[in-house]
Design a protein around this ligand. Structure first.
Ligand code: FAD
Length: 526
């Protein structure tokens, strides 16, 4: 299939959607290519047939003021929380009223004293405030990591309360989940670069993927110019033909979702180890000639594929930024757990349990060997209908997440049992996996393994330090001459709001404006 357009947008996460929307509102001839069979990218929502809605990727809008996605979500009426009153009438659901009052339990299942949690919270709040202060952060050594910076604060806590190692470990894990990576690789020097938007963090209860889909559906674009399930294999930006670019892609069969799921009995699994059909012969080759390309694939994809994707290879300065830019693996695990006896139900079962296992040290060699060491919280999912089981979720980061991804696919039963053992320890009661054949009993996201993502969200790595400026700016810089421009959008290119959905959206608008300038300059030259 040979096609042509003015601008080819690669990837339809929030960055790509924003770029297409902006360009189409200016009447530009756009072709959009997305490897998955859906729009949304790292916004991926799964609705279970038992009613629960699982956010496999992005879950919160961080801040409301000046957040374009908050405005869209309001317009599309996606912010209303579900009515859980019926669900609360029976079963463990009735205890959800206590949700929000998180309990801190240690490795033995004993409650951590309130004063201990308060002490660590206070000192870590100071750490966070000081690291977020731009002037202070700029004065820090360029290669100082957040983990190094935390050492002094942790020493102060341990002197006051020698038994607080577990609670410190919990705060570290929470921070890792926010940053998207173990703290040892995160720059303390650049920590203040990220800017918070005002207003609360808000859940899109209607589904983050629905939000992406609704915005996309309202774009005035001919459907024949939207190629879903089509993976770009090459971007030629030195093509002579009219000074433009040539994008080569492969239309594939059903691409797999970014999660792995144990299905109900009798159903086939959502994704298997070798379930992808990546066979070149099975796909249809698509060639698109265009003036400008906007690449919005994530930093993880660029790291893994830039050498085969670009022709000619990207310039050295760009490759260095791709290699030194940080993207971590953050995964969510959902496991259906049943109590050994219904009498065993107590409010504590359904409340969020924060687990204060001491943090395994990276240099101790244990990080990732036991993935359950990375669990820091057991969160119940609001049930849509009364149920005798609880659907629990936990977030994992870094090596523990990577190990979990592999094990969930190869040994799902072991993973469910290991999770329930950890949950039993944290609550002091017996829990077993599953709930007969009623619904999904395990779902594990695959953000690291999935070749359309190869990571969850970006962070500013100490590895970039000393190379000048902010890596996001370099990642967002165009390559190619005036007549064959390749532009880069995506969350990792937004220095003020990287790692967020609104940051991704803003970057798409930014690059669409640049594409307009390039098109105008071409018209002027003609
Ligand atoms: C577990 C998790 C939790 C998160 N939580 C939050 C949160 O609470 N709040 C928040 O603001 N953000 C959160 N984020 C981050 C947020 O999801 C991302 O910052 C944002 O969605 C990135 O959008 P993007 O358009 O830059 O990239 P993507 O969404 O990755 O879009 C890029 C698209 O390119 C496609 N693609 C890849 N390779 C090719 C190819 N060769 N050809 C064609 N297409 C290709 C991909 O399939 C993808 O759809 C979370 C992310 C994860 C993974």
């Amino acid at each position: 299939m040979d096609l042509s357009c003015d601008v080819c947008v690669i990837g339809l996460g929030f960055a790509g959607i924003a770029a297409v929307r902006h360009l189409r509102s200016e009447g530009v001839n756009v072709i959009a290519i997305e490897a998955k069979g859906r729009v949304g990218g790292r916004a991926c929502t799964m609705q279970l047939d038992t009613g629960e809605m699982l956010e496999c990727g992005a879950q919160w809008l961080h801040g409301t003021e000046g957040n374009p996605l908050y405005d869209f979500a309001k317009t599309y009426d996606l912010l209303k929380p579900p009515n859980a009153r019926n669900a609360a009438a029976a079963g463990p659901g009735r205890f959800f009223r206590a949700h929000g009052k998180a309990e801190f339990r240690n490795e033995e299942g004993e409650a951590e004293p309130h004063q201990r949690v308060e002490l660590v919270n206070k000192v870590w709040q100071r750490l966070s405030d000081e690291a977020s202060d731009a002037k202070r952060a700029a004065a820090l050594p360029a290669d100082l990591s957040l983990e190094d910076a935390a050492q002094t604060y942790n020493q102060e806590i341990l002197q006051k309360d020698p038994a607080s190692a577990g609670v410190i470990g919990w705060f570290s894990r929470l921070q890792e989940a926010i940053e998207g990576n173990p703290l040892a690789d995160i720059s303390a020097h650049h920590y203040a670069t990220f800017e918070d938007l005002s207003g609360p963090n808000v859940r899109v209860w209607g589904g983050m993927q629905t939000l992406a889909q609704r915005i996309f559906d309202d774009i005035d674009i001919d459907q024949s110019n939207v190629l879903l399930g089509t993976g770009v294999t090459r971007i030629r930006y030195d093509a002579d033909e009219g000074g433009g670019c040539v994008v080569e892609a492969l239309r594939q069969c059903e691409p797999s979702p970014p999660y792995w799921c144990v299905p109900r009995e009798g159903e086939t699994t959502e994704q298997t180890d070798d379930g992808r059909d990546q066979d070149e012969e099975a796909g249809h080759r698509v060639v698109i000639k265009c003036r400008v390309v906007i690449v919005t694939v994530g930093l993880g994809v660029l790291k893994a594929a830039h050498s085969s994707l670009f022709d000619p290879p990207l310039p050295e300065w760009k490759r260095r930024a791709i290699e030194a830019g940080g993207i971590g693996v953050v995964d969510k695990l959902f496991v259906r757990c049943s109590p050994s006896s219904v009498d065993g139900h107590s409010p504590s079962h359904a409340r969020r349990i924060n687990w204060t296992r001491p943090l395994p040290r990276a240099d101790g060699g244990s990080q990732g060997d036991d993935w359950t060491a990375g669990i820091y919280a057991f969160d119940p999912i609001l049930p849509a209908v009364p149920s005798t089981s609880l659907l629990m979720t936990s977030w994992l980061v870094g090596p523990c997440a990577s190990q979990l991804e592999k094990r969930a696919v190869r040994q799902p039963t072991d993973v469910m049992h290991e999770y329930c053992r950890a949950f039993s320890k944290a609550t002091g009661d017996e829990w077993t996996p599953g709930d007969g054949a009623k619904s999904v009993s395990l779902l594990c996201t695959q953000w690291g393994e999935d070749e359309c993502f190869r990571g969850s969200y970006s962070y500013l790595s100490v590895r970039w330090e000393g190379q000048g400026g902010c890596v996001c700016d370099v990642l967002g810089r165009a390559v190619g001459e005036r007549g064959n421009k390749v532009l880069f959008a995506g969350e990792a290119t937004n220095r003020r709001h990287y790692a967020t959905v609104h940051g991704a959206y803003e970057s798409g608008v930014r690059e669409a404006a640049k594409a307009m300038d390039v098109l105008k300059s071409i018209v002027m030259r003609q």
